[in-house]
Write a protein that binds this ligand. Structure first.
Ligand code: GLY
Length: 343
């Protein structure tokens, strides 16, 4: 959809017109959007401080306190309005509030639209670890008003584009491997992304982008349907680049690098690892690395923002997705340098 949904539409879609209470949650960046949705209606609005550094328990407690103050019952509706930080925390709060309330999301960033808001993952950061605490709690409705992207800062574009590239990479990988996926319908092609040009979106939103977002959502939706709680191997595909990326985000200091910048760098590292393990064809690793470089992401290791290599290794070793492996492996993180990763 191009435009913001009205509050009446949201309530009707959620079947919440007669429910006990509605709470809108936004941050200081999306407060103006929440106010547009509210119009002249007087409904409780919880405004959080923006940024990854605020993605903690204090903000979640703020949401829950506001919900109680607004008199939300278990049939109350949480409406999260913003990027991944806001929607992850609103979703978490809704998932634990009175053991689960109603939830809908209005995603206002590219990253949120193609990844964070879709698929039911909720959470917040704790002990310096991204999304250490979380639940699976899908929203009943997710709105993606493309108009909201018109005011997205360049850094946010860059962050979202990395997840879009990830989906494109995954989709063609899936299409190669799983014949039942109809490539024509859902493939988010690397070439189309490249044609979009690196962050040329300043005046309005190109129509190609709307199409790509839609396709990325379809691709992710299909993966999530196959493995909603990441118990098998399907949903783990969506973590491409995230083990290295999350570790980099932690090592650079949470909030200093955008999630997408870190994930883009992480995808290049994952390609290197795939090459070392002999599971990624060289041509594929090269193509992925090329497109990431074309979008002006850092591709070399160590990343210039990685001020603390020990913290990086610690974060990598503590990754919540890790599984035991039988053989230790020495993986050169950066050829010509003498530091190695043991996994
Ligand atoms: N962002 C990865 C996932 O939703 O599984």
């Amino acid at each position: 959809m191009e435009q913001l949904p009205s509050l009446a539409t949201i309530l009707e879609d959620a079947g919440a017109a007669l429910s006990r209470g509605v709470l809108l949650v936004c941050d200081t960046n999306t407060e103006y959007i929440a106010k547009k949705i509210l119009g002249s209606q007087d409904r409780p609005l919880c405004v959080l401080e923006s940024g990854e550094t605020r993605k903690g328990w204090a903000s979640v407690e703020h949401i829950i306190t506001a919900a109680k103050g607004a008199g939300l019952g278990r049939d109350g509706l949480f409406i999260g309005i913003g990027g991944g930080v806001v929607t992850d925390m609103t979703s978490f709060a809704a998932s634990v509030y009175m053991r689960g309330a109603r939830l809908c999301l209005i995603s206002t960033t590219l990253l949120g639209m193609v990844d964070a808001a879709v698929g039911g993952k909720t959470g917040f950061d704790l002990l310096g670890i991204k999304n250490l605490v979380g639940t699976f709690f899908p929203a009943s409705h997710i709105y993606m008003p493309l108009d909201a992207l018109k005011t997205l800062p360049p850094r946010e574009w860059k962050s979202g584009m990395a997840e879009l590239i990830k989906t494109a990479v995954l989709d063609s990988a899936i299409c190669d491997a799983v014949p039942r996926v109809e490539t024509g319908e859902t493939q988010v092609s690397l070439d189309k992304l490249k044609a979009l040009g690196p962050f040329s979106v300043t005046n309005g939103v190109p129509s190609t982008l709307g199409e790509l977002i839609e396709r990325a959502v379809l691709v992710k939706g299909r993966i999530v349907e196959a493995d909603p709680k990441e118990q098998g191997t399907e949903r783990a595909l969506l973590n491409l680049g995230h083990t290295f990326g999350h570790a980099l985000e932690a090592a650079a200091g949470l909030g200093n690098l955008s999630h997408g910048e870190a994930v883009a760098w992480g995808m290049v590292r994952a390609c290197e690892l795939g090459l070392v393990l002999g599971i990624t064809p060289e041509s594929r690793a090269r193509k992925i690395t090329e497109i990431i470089a074309a979008y002006d992401y850092e591709t070399t290791a160590p990343h210039p923002s990685m001020t603390d290599a020990a913290l990086f290794m610690q974060a990598l070793a503590g990754d919540k997705k890790r599984k035991p492996v039988n053989l230790p492996l020495l993986f050169p993180m950066h050829s010509g340098r003498s530091w190695f990763l043991r996994i």
